[in-house]
Design a protein around this ligand. Structure first.
Ligand SMILES: CC(C)(COP(=O)(O)OP(=O)(O)OC[C@H]1O[C@@H](n2cnc3c(N)ncnc32)[C@H](O)[C@@H]1OP(=O)(O)O)[C@@H](O)C(=O)NCCC(=O)NCCS
Length: 165
């Protein structure tokens, strides 16, 4: 299996993987939403990598280097084709995105649906800490969990002054 940058010809296979996964169907993601996400990555709005095995696309990850608070990395979406999950593809896609993001700053953030236990486990095993909840953010009635993986503060050398000091 190889992890490589997204190309124009990958857009339709990525859309197919995304729309086939129950998660994005439940979010109400449309073909146009999915196309905008991947096409945006080709025009520089985000970065994207895909996983290819035996000439077939089996997974994708879309992320932004400064997609959180206009400052820190954000993993927007990661998906692996249903029949290929649990074989380490998602881990390799996350490795690639985190490597890129952490080369630009010490934080990676992501959101996941509170009912997506498998994804929460996957992120927690990768060192992500749950730091908050955002109710009714994407869809009414759905709470998003905010996760952060960090190698340290943005400005580790800046000292904090206390009181009038
Ligand atoms: C969440 C998701 C991206 C993870 O990708 P994946 O390829 O299934 O994940 P991995 O195989 O790398 O890891 C999953 C599990 O398989 C295990 N695993 C890793 N390599 C393995 C291997 N070679 N053989 C068997 N199991 C393996 C891991 O230990 C991991 O277990 P854990 O989750 O309990 O820690 C994928 O399952 C998916 O697309 N889910 C639907 C969409 C989704 O929920 N996306 C995330 C929210 S945006």
């Amino acid at each position: 299996m190889i992890i490589r940058a997204l190309r124009d010809v990958d857009i339709e296979p990525c859309i197919a993987i995304m729309l086939d996964l129950p998660l994005w169907r439940e979010y109400g993601t449309t073909r146009d939403d999915a196309r905008a996400l991947f096409a945006g990555a080709l025009t520089g709005a985000a970065s994207a990598r895909v996983a290819e095995a035996g000439g077939r696309l089996v997974g994708f990850i879309v992320y932004q280097l400064r997609g959180t608070f206009d400052h820190s990395g954000y993993v927007r979406a990661v998906g692996v084709a249903a029949g290929v999950q649990g074989r380490g593809v998602g881990a390799q896609l996350m490795d690639a995105a985190e490597h890129d993001i952490l080369a630009h700053g010490p934080n990676v953030f992501l959101l996941t649906w509170a009912r997506n236990d498998a994804a929460a486990r996957f992120y927690e095993r990768r060192g992500y800490e749950r730091i908050g909840e955002i109710p009714n953010y994407v869809r009414p009635g759905i709470t998003e969990l905010l996760y952060r993986k960090t190698t340290g503060p943005i400005r580790p050398d800046a000292s904090v002054r206390n009181g009038a000091g």
